[in-house]
Design a protein around this ligand. Structure first.
Ligand code: NAD
Length: 260
């Protein structure tokens, strides 16, 4: 379905981002992966995408804290593959703390990585998509783009911001064959979720099992974590022709969390 298309996924060295990269490669797209991590592990991840799906996969080390590196990453992708057709803004970090103790540098980093990096990447990618008359921009938002939880002020603010950015850009590019949508997963079992458990245990004075059952899955009526493959399948659908009238949407995949 996506043969001769190129997809760039920010924050795709693990978790949901890697699942997007592999799912789009499975559909025939060449992919640019990006993110932090051990160089050997990233190379193994990159090579596996090429070997498993017979597409080209290149890695960009651009830091999502740096506007100039993001613009260069997009330009390099366009030069390398002649076009950048699918952009998935997915890089994200989390920090859990009461607002009065929230470290200022964590606030700044979360707003930069989870929100501003999407703006910088979209800003750089839109001219080429408009010129070619086709594009798909998908932003990984979160159930936290629709509802809040305590102790996550920066994350919830950034994700609500991503929802607004999604709708705004969707309106701007609507007549150019470019759609812009946000996916709002509930809790997905990834390194990001695993890493916030200790701080939540401390903030709420709970055991690990209590955090999983009484904080994370409490919000999710299905009582099951969403899988990375399920999130990636929604992104593949958003890249299809059937999804071309869908734009400016903020789509929950959250086991019923935001229905409550
Ligand atoms: P993850 O930690 O597995 O992946 C995050 C990715 O972002 C990694 O590849 C990491 O290297 C990259 N990254 C972090 N800082 C970066 C930087 N400065 N520059 C470049 N890359 C950077 O986590 P995940 O759960 O897969 O999260 C992916 C996205 O999904 C995030 O935007 C997150 O907010 C969102 N999300 C996750 C869940 C969940 O339950 N896991 C739920 C809703 C939304």
């Amino acid at each position: 379905m996506l043969k001769n298309k190129t997809a760039l996924i920010t924050g795709s060295t693990s978790g949901i981002g890697l699942a997007y990269a592999r799912a789009l490669a499975e559909q025939g797209a060449n992919v640019v992966i990006n993110g932090l991590g051990d160089a050997d592990e990233i190379e193994a991840t990159r090579a596996a995408v090429e070997n498993d799906f017979g597409v080209r996969c290149v890695y960009s080390a651009a830091n999502m804290l740096k506007a100039d590196e993001i613009a260069t990453m997009v330009a390099n992708a366009e030069n390398e593959f002649d076009s950048l057709d699918i952009l998935i803004n997915n890089a994200g970090i989390q920090h859990v703390a009461p607002v009065e103790e929230f470290p200022i540098e964590k606030w700044d980093a979360i707003i930069a990585i989870n929100l501003s990096s999407a703006f910088h990447a979209i800003r750089a990618a839109v001219p080429g998509m408009k010129k070619r008359g086709w594009g798909r921009i998908i932003n990984t938002a979160s159930a936290h783009a629709l509802v809040a939880s305590p102790y996550k002020s920066a994350y919830v603010a950034a994700k609500h911001g991503i929802a607004g950015l999604t709708k705004t850009v969707a309106l701007e590019v609507a007549e150019h064959g470019v759609t812009v949508n946000a996916i709002c997963p509930g809790y997905v079992w990834t390194p990001l979720v695993e890493a916030q458990i200790p701080a939540t245990m401390e903030a709420r004075n709970m055991t690990e099992e209590q955090v999983k059952q009484d904080v994370l899955l409490k919000a999710q009526p299905t009582k099951e974590f969403v899988t990375v493959e399920q999130v990636a399948a929604l992104a593949v659908f958003l890249c299809s022709d059937a999804a071309s009238p869908m734009t400016g949407t903020v789509l929950p995949m959250d086991g019923g969390w935001t229905a409550q």
